[in-house]
Structures are given as C-alpha cells and as structure tokens.
Design a protein around this ligand. Structure first.
Ligand code: UDX
Length: 470
C-alpha cells in the first residue's frame, strides 16, 4: 500500500470548511463526493462557483469538478461508495447562550447513518465542545445498530489562506479510539506527510483532539485581548503599542503573530469558539477559566465602543450629521466575511449616533449590505471619501495602506483620519497635512527607520508610490 493511495471519501457540509476540505482532498489525489442540503450552494459549486470569496479555491474546485475527481450533490445516497466520511458542518453559537449549536451536526449524522457500513470511518472536522465525538459515536451506534468507527480531526484553516492551510498545515491532529481509525485518517493526508516527513501528526484521544481546536482559538483571542489591554496602557502612559508589540514578538516564547493591536477580533470563528470554550469551562466547573475567557471577550467588545467614542471625540463630542467615511467592512483583510465584523459594528454604531456613514470595502460590500441595509455604501474610494469630515480605517486592506494621502486629502472636507488598525504610515499622512489618530499609540509619531522624515518636511510629491483613489 503506497503512502498516498487514492481513497473515495465523502464530505458532509460545503460551507467554508467543507468546500475547502473537499477541493483539497481532491487535490491530494482522492475521489470526493461532497454533499449539502442547500441546493443553491451545490448548484454553484458544481459549476465551480463559490458562494464566498476565498483566493485560489474556485480554481481548485473547477479543476477537480472538471477532472471528475470532485462531485457535489444534495443526495446523501451518493456518499455510499465512500469509506471515509468527513463531517464539516457549521457549529454556530446557540441563539440563546454561549455554547455551540450542534443541530447541524446531529442532522448530518442522521442523514449519513443509513449509508455507513462496518468498513466506514466517520471523521469529525467541525469545531465542537469536548465530549461530542463520544456522542456522535453513540448516536451512530443507535441509528445503525452496530459499532461505527469515529475519529476527530480538527481543522485550523484561516479565511483568506484556506487552501494553503489545508494542503500545507502546520500540524495534523487525530483523535480516535483505535489504531485502524488513526491510520485511515493518516492515509487521507498521505501525500502531505510523505512530502513533509517532519510535519507533526498528533495521534491522541477524542477529548484532546476536541480541546486543542477550541483552546487554540481561545488562546489566539486571549493574545489579542492582551495586546489590546497593553494598547490602552500605552495610550494612557504615552507609549506606542506597535513598538511594544514588536519588541515583545522578538521573544520566541511569545512570538510576533497575533500582536497587532487595534479594533479587536471578529469573524465566524474566534468569537464563537471563545464563547463555546468559556461555556465548556463553566460546564466543567473550571470557574477561573470561565472568568478569564469572559474578560477576553469583554476586552474585545470594548475595543469597538472605544473606537466609536474616539470618533465622537474627534468630531467635537457629537457625530450628529457628520459625514464619516468608513474604510473596511470585512472582519479582516482578504475576506468578504462580515460575520461579527468589528468594522461594521463601529459603522452601525456611528450611524445610530446620527453620523452620515458611507462604507467602502474591496470585497465585502454585498455581504455588508445584507447585514446592515440602512448604511450607505460606496463602490469606490472616491465616492466614500468625497466630502468626509472624518475617515476611519477599520479593516487593514492593502488598498488603504497604499493610499496617497495627498490625493485623498483633496477629496475630503477635513483631513482627519482615525486609523483603528494602525495600518497607515503616520509620518506620510501627517506630512500631507492630515491629523492622524491611532489606537494605543501616543499622538507624536516616532519616525521609524524605513521612513525617515526629510529635514525639509516630506511633500506630497515625494510620497513614493501613490496608489491613488478610485
Ligand atoms: C481563525 C483561526 O486563526 C483559525 O486557526 C481557525 O481555524 C478559525 O479562526 P480566521 O477567523 O480566518 O481564523 O481569522 P484570523 O486570521 O485568525 O483572524 C482572527 C481575527 O483576529 C480577525 O478579526 C483579525 O482581524 C484579528 N486579528 C488577527 C487582530 O486583530 N490582530 C492580529 O494581530 C491578528
């Protein structure tokens, strides 16, 4: 048996996780049947169209649909030839409470049960609370009347890097109760591990595999809230969180990633996984853990309020009737996802305070419109910025970093920008006549080596590569 034999696998659920996993499994040399109850989604995917923005994924889907290695269907019956079934359905936050809603998982298991045999392996990839794999195993036994092998194999992909994170993961974690199940999951990733023999593969029990995923996201969230608390301290003490974070990050025990202070985290994963982990801590009676994680969530939510307050302050105490240009709607750059987006949350809060808010985003406008139809949206930066008395940078897209401050200055009513992601080059913007407000940094920009201020002052015509607006 070669390390990367072709397997026939099924993927249940074709959202972010499932669509990516299905296409990447085909890329890794397997035959894949992906099933979802959403007919529109399946119709789009069958034509190689994605219902969301993810660089490189539509090409991969089209390639493998074209070659016949990947098939999308709404009929569960078609998963029957597969020996390994990956559960990739969503586990959103429950409408009431902080815990995860496992109803999609339960219905996926029910739909799958008639098609599993004694040779099948069911592999959970969805992010779930500890204890879920055992429940799925028990449920399958009840539904089929015989023992069914179950493994848990959490996914760590980031939006915007989903394909690379799946085909070049930094670790593979497999929770199982048998060596055969563990081996079968390893075979799915055979191509990856044979090309990268040093890749850590952690074979463990269900509880560890389940905990590592939620713990990873809760840890990242904690790191972000920590640096945002440091940002508050910098603001109060005249420090600069960007400098503090850079110096902190040189310590290999800390590491430089996830130390960008600003408006805090959002999206479809970090906030709900943090809350689910807090809920689990409370359920397990780990009171200090639940308290810590509640504070992490609280600090993060306060970021949004803080930025709304700063914007109000920079408009003289009221934003009523003030034209505000909001740059960014997606929860992070490189994504069209607006779920729990800090940027849209701030835009909507300013709107509720009476500001005339116009929102721009390079990718997320149509999702943003659906979420907050009452806001005004601009397809291009010129429309968003013209006549604005305050500009806010709320998502750190490269398009905004590269803006020419002089060209933007010619459009606005007042050259005042609140850079809530610390994305802009303050020296350049200040030199172009802008008042640049930041978060977690003293107002006096320290010139950094890559951009020394010229002794004569930096003119708009000396600003390097102007990207322009529009
Ligand atoms: C996250 C996890 O990284 C991933 O492992 C998991 O599988 C799903 O959740 P994702 O939601 O795609 O992935 O986004 P990520 O790039 O991790 O960013 C999460 C949030 O943190 C974003 O809102 C981002 O803007 C914010 N963030 C990130 C910061 O505010 N500062 C940083 O330094 C890094």
């Amino acid at each position: 048996m070669t390390a990367w034999e072709e397997l026939t696998i099924s993927v249940i659920g074709t959202g972010y996780l499932g669509a990516t996993h299905a296409a990447c499994m085909a890329e890794l040399g397997h035959r894949v049947i992906a099933v979802d109850v959403d007919e529109d989604k399946i119709a789009a995917l069958s034509e190689g169209r994605l219902p969301f923005y993810e660089p490189g994924l539509s090409e991969l889907v089209a390639k493998h649909v074209g070659s016949g290695a990947l098939r999308f269907t709404t009929s569960f019956r078609e998963v029957a030839p597969a020996t390994i079934h990956f559960l990739c359905v969503g586990t959103p936050q429950r409408p009431r409470g902080d815990g995860a809603d496992l109803s999609h998982l339960d219905s996926a298991v029910r739909s799958l049960a008639p098609f599993v045999t004694e040779k099948s392996l069911v592999v959970g990839k969805s992010t779930v609370p500890v204890g879920t794999a055992d429940q799925v195993r028990a449920r399958l036994r009840t539904l089929t009347g015989r023992p069914v092998e179950v493994a848990w194999n959490p996914e760590f992909l980031r939006e915007g890097h989903a394909v690379a994170d799946t085909v070049r993961p930094d670790r593979i974690v497999i929770g199982s109760v048998s060596a055969e199940a563990d081996e079968a999951v390893r075979r799915c990733y055979g191509r990856i591990t044979s090309e990268n023999p040093d890749l850590p593969v952690v074979s463990t029990n269900y509880a560890n595999a389940e905990l590592v995923k939620t713990a990873a996201n809760a840890f990242l969230a904690t790191k972000l809230s920590f640096i945002n608390v440091v940002a508050d301290m910098c603001e109060a003490a005249g420090g600069d969180v960007a400098v503090v974070a850079e110096a902190l990050g040189h310590d290999p025990r800390i590491g430089g990633q996830f130390l960008r202070a600003g408006l805090g985290f959002g999206g479809g994963c970090l906030p709900k996984d943090l809350r689910a982990f807090r809920d689990t801590a409370a359920r397990l009676d780990v009171v200090a853990g639940a308290d810590l994680l509640r504070q992490v969530d609280h600090v993060n939510n306060e970021r949004r309020r803080h930025v709304v307050d700063l914007a109000t302050e920079h408009c003289g105490g009221s934003v009523l009737g003030v034209r505000v240009a909001v740059l960014g709607a997606a929860f992070k750059p490189g994504s069209d996802d607006v779920r729990d987006s800090p940027a849209l949350n701030v835009a909507a809060s300013l709107h509720l305070r009476g500001a005339q808010v116009t929102v721009h985003d390079p990718q997320a406008l149509s999702n943003a419109r659906k979420e907050f139809p009452a806001l005004d949206y601009a397809e291009n930066l010129t429309d968003a910025l013209t006549g604005a008395s305050l500009a806010l940078v709320l998502t750190e897209w490269e398009d905004y970093r590269g803006l020419d401050p002089a060209a933007v200055g010619a459009l606005v009513e007042r050259r005042v920008v609140l850079d809530a992601r610390n994305a802009l080059d303050r020296v350049r913007w200040t030199a172009a006549g802008w008042t640049v407000h930041t978060v977690g940094r003293s107002q006096q920009p320290h010139a950094r080596r890559p951009h020394p201020p010229s002794p004569r002052g930096v003119g708009a015509d000396q600003l390097g590569e102007p990207v322009g607006v529009g």
